[in-house]
Structure formats: structure tokens, C-alpha cells
Design a protein around this ligand. Structure first.
Ligand SMILES: NC(=O)c1ccc[n+]([C@@H]2O[C@H](COP(=O)([O-])OP(=O)(O)OC[C@H]3O[C@@H](n4cnc5c(N)ncnc54)[C@H](OP(=O)(O)O)[C@@H]3O)[C@@H](O)[C@H]2O)c1
Length: 314
């Protein structure tokens, strides 16, 4: 697609995903408007409508989230649910009201039921059961956004795509321990070279990890289809590779050159037992698959963390 001159508004445009997304679209010639809390509080309906009507984007990519790592989610179920319900509702409403031609709402694999009938998770079973309790309120706001997107398409003809992302990792991730997701947290702890690396849970739970640059490319491909008028709705976006937490911890240790012992603390919860996305629909609709292997992605992420932590310390 020719992106030259297209007006794209990216909410959360300075976040972990939003920043490289804005850079990638800018490099393709789009007129990108990356907005964050400095420009608008998306919890404020009037301010959101006013900003979108003033900016008049052709495409809205909604990557803002009131979020954090596992610890933050567990301690803030109200903010996770209340704020994201407001943010998602207002952003969709404002996109339609300002005349945007398409909407991409970044969603999450967390929206799936805790134990769906089929693993890897298939889009058809998204609604068949309640999500993992610790992130239930956050997950429900993703479900609300995706259901509301169908409604906007049905009533107003707004094509929407909702890529449901696996856990992200990569350069530019958060440094603060409260906001770090599992890979970021493990890397930071490994780089501190402790005598032993303590890993929460039994190590048997599985997860799927998507390199942030691959997520950017997948989201852009969703946006291209939405701009062509296709209402994709919820679509898995991941690698389709299910990795045990124990294997992940070993891979992170290798990437960090950490040679100490790994110890699994089984008294801590494993969380969702298995998490992995079926990416057949993604490959078919986007004509694409995530190219970065876990080892390559980890090597690039560790290199970035070394630099970022050194810069922070100096
Ligand atoms: N990270 C992951 O592993 C992961 C996995 C699956 C799905 N996702 C989804 O991917 C998307 C992007 O996540 P991320 O990791 O990039 O998040 P992030 O780094 O926390 O960035 C979120 C951005 O949202 C903005 N924001 C938060 N509250 C706002 C408000 N009230 N008004 C306006 N802006 C607000 C923040 O703006 P400021 O810059 O001004 O603070 C921040 O830059 C989200 O939809 C998330 O659910 C992420």
C-alpha cells in the first residue's frame, strides 16, 4: 500500500509498541500523529472527541493502554478495567465521529478464556469462557472493544481490525520493574548476575512471545486491510510457538551470558496454564508470518537492555 501522505493517528504513540509503529509508518511516508497523555486523557470523552475532530485522521491505530506488568495488573484490577473500558470506548467513538475510514484496536491474547477447548487458541473460541482471573478486568475491556468494533462496523460501516497480540518483548521495553513483562523482568534480573535466578512458578506454564518489530509489521498489515474496507475483527498475531517458562528462562540466561543456577519457586502462582495462538488465519489473511526467532529477538533485546541500563546508571 502507498502510505505517502496518509494521516494516521496513533494513541499510545510513545509507548513500547506505539513508538516503533509510528516510526515504521513515518518511514513509509505516512503523516503520523503520535499522541499520549500529554495531548489527551482518553478517559475524558469530551477531550478525546475534540482532539480527534481537530486532527481528522484517515486511520486510527489505538495502542494506548492503562497497563503494566503482572504485578501492576494484580494490584490494580479497578484501573485495568475502569480506565481501559473508558479509553477503548472513547477512542472508537471518536474515530467514527471524526470520519476515520478505518480503525485498528490493538488487542491481546489475554482476552481468551483461561482454558479454551483448543490449544493453540483459535479465534472462534474467543468468547467461550472467562479469562484468567488475575487479568480478567483488563481482558474484558479488550472484549468490549472488539464487540463494540463489530457494532460500529454494523451500524456505521467502520472497518475494524483487532490484532490479538502474544506477549511482546524487544528493544524499547519498560525499564521499571513494576511495568516489566516476563522477558524484560528476566533479562534485567539476569544482567544483574545474581548467584541464582529465581523464577516464579513451576516453570511448566507455557507462553508465546512476539518480537516488537514483528508486531509492528503485523499491525501495519492489519491496517492496510482495514483501509481497503475489510472488517477483520479479532485476529491472532503471534509466532504460534508455545514455550515453557523454564525454556524461556534458559534462553534468556543464554542470551545474557548468565551461568548461575535457575531456581523455580513453585509456591508462586503459574497463572494461565498454557498460552499459545493459532496463527493460521493470520498467515492466510495477512500473507505473512513473524520472521524473528526467539533467540535472535532475545539477543537484540539483551543488547538494547545493556545499553539502556548503562545509560540510566551514568
Ligand atoms: N506489551 C505487551 O506485552 C502486550 C501484549 C499484548 C497486547 N499488548 C497491547 O499492545 C498495546 C500497546 O501496549 P504497550 O506495551 O505499548 O503499552 P505501553 O508501553 O504501556 O504504552 C501505552 C501508552 O498508552 C498511553 N496512555 C495510557 N493511558 C492513557 C490515557 N488515559 N490517555 C492517553 N494515553 C494514555 C501512554 O501514554 P504516555 O506515553 O503519555 O504515558 C503509553 O504510552 C496495548 O493495547 C496493549 O494492551 C501489549
Amino acid at each position: 500500500m502507498n502510505w505517502a501522505g496518509r494521516a494516521v493517528l496513533i494513541t499510545g504513540g510513545r509507548g513500547f509498541l506505539g513508538r516503533p509503529l509510528a516510526a515504521a509508518l513515518g518511514a513509509r511516508g505516512a503523516r503520523v500523529q503520535a499522541v499520549g497523555r500529554a495531548e489527551v486523557d482518553l478517559c475524558d470523552r469530551g477531550a478525546t472527541l475534540a482532539l480527534f475532530k481537530q486532527r481528522r485522521p484517515e486511520l486510527v491505530i489505538h495502542a494506548a493502554v492503562q497497563g503494566g506488568g503482572i504485578g501492576w495488573m494484580r494490584e490494580h484490577p479497578v484501573e485495568s478495567g475502569r480506565d481501559n473500558a473508558l479509553i477503548n470506548t472513547h477512542t472508537l467513538e471518536a474515530a467514527q465521529a471524526c470520519g476515520a475510514r478505518a480503525f485498528v484496536g490493538v488487542s491481546s491474547a489475554c482476552a481468551y478464556p483461561r482454558q479454551p477447548a483448543t490449544i493453540p487458541f483459535v479465534e472462534e473460541e474467543l468468547w467461550d469462557g472467562r479469562p484468567e482471573p488475575f487479568n480478567d478486568s483488563y481482558a474484558q475491556t479488550k472484549r468490549l472493544m472488539m464487540a463494540l468494533g463489530d457494532a460500529y462496523h454494523q451500524q456505521h460501516g467502520l472497518p475494524c481490525a483487532f490484532p490479538m497480540l502474544a506477549n511482546l518483548y524487544g528493544p524499547g521495553d519498560h525499564l521499571s520493574p513494576e511495568r516489566a513483562h516476563v522477558v524484560a523482568a528476566l533479562i534485567q534480573r539476569c544482567l544483574a548476575q545474581p548467584e541464582e535466578l529465581l523464577v516464579w512458578g513451576t516453570g511448566r506454564a507455557t507462553r508465546e512471545h512476539l518480537f516488537v518489530e514483528d508486531a509492528v509489521e503485523g499491525v501495519i498489515r492489519c491496517a492496510e486491510l482495514a483501509l481497503q474496507g475489510e472488517h477483520l475483527g479479532p485476529l491472532n498475531l503471534g509466532t504460534g510457538q508455545e514455550v515453557r517458562i523454564a525454556e524461556l528462562a534458559q534462553a534468556v540466561a543464554r542470551a545474557c551470558g548468565y551461568r548461575g543456577a535457575l531456581r523455580f519457586d513453585a509456591s508462586k502462582p503459574d497463572g494461565q496454564p498454557r498460552k499459545c495462538l493459532d496463527v493460521r488465519r493470520m498467515k492466510e489473511r495477512l500473507g505473512w508470518q513473524a520472521p524473528t526467532s526467539l533467540d535472535e529477538g532475545l539477543a537484540r533485546t539483551v543488547a538494547w537492555y545493556r545499553q539502556a541500563l548503562a545509560a540510566e546508571a551514568s
